[in-house]
Write a protein that binds this ligand. Structure first.
Ligand SMILES: [Zn+2]
Length: 87
């Protein structure tokens, strides 16, 4: 094991697992991916894993208002058709 990994502390970063501040280091792994690791509890996460998590959060916050809007639009044409009098 001769791999030297440059680690640098992220100032003000809070570990999502143990909530310790200034215990998170960032380094690049063998695949060239940046990894955040907490030196306090050992929690680690790659940037791609973080991106997936961030996307999941965005989808959750966006679906609710959009879902309601789609339902409202769907009701209107049905009512118009139902109320349309054919005499
Ligand atoms: Zn931690």
């Amino acid at each position: 094991m001769t791999t030297v990994r440059k680690r640098r502390f992220i100032a003000g970063a809070v570990c999502p697992k143990c909530a310790e501040m200034d215990k998170t280091v960032m380094f690049t792994n063998d695949e060239g991916e940046e990894v955040r690791e907490c030196v306090s509890c050992g929690y680690s996460q790659t940037t791609s894993e973080q991106a997936v998590e961030d996307q999941a959060k965005e989808i959750v916050t966006r679906v609710t208002p959009d879902g309601k809007a789609i339902l409202d639009e769907g009701e209107q044409p049905l009512r118009i058709l139902g109320l349309n009098p054919k005499k």
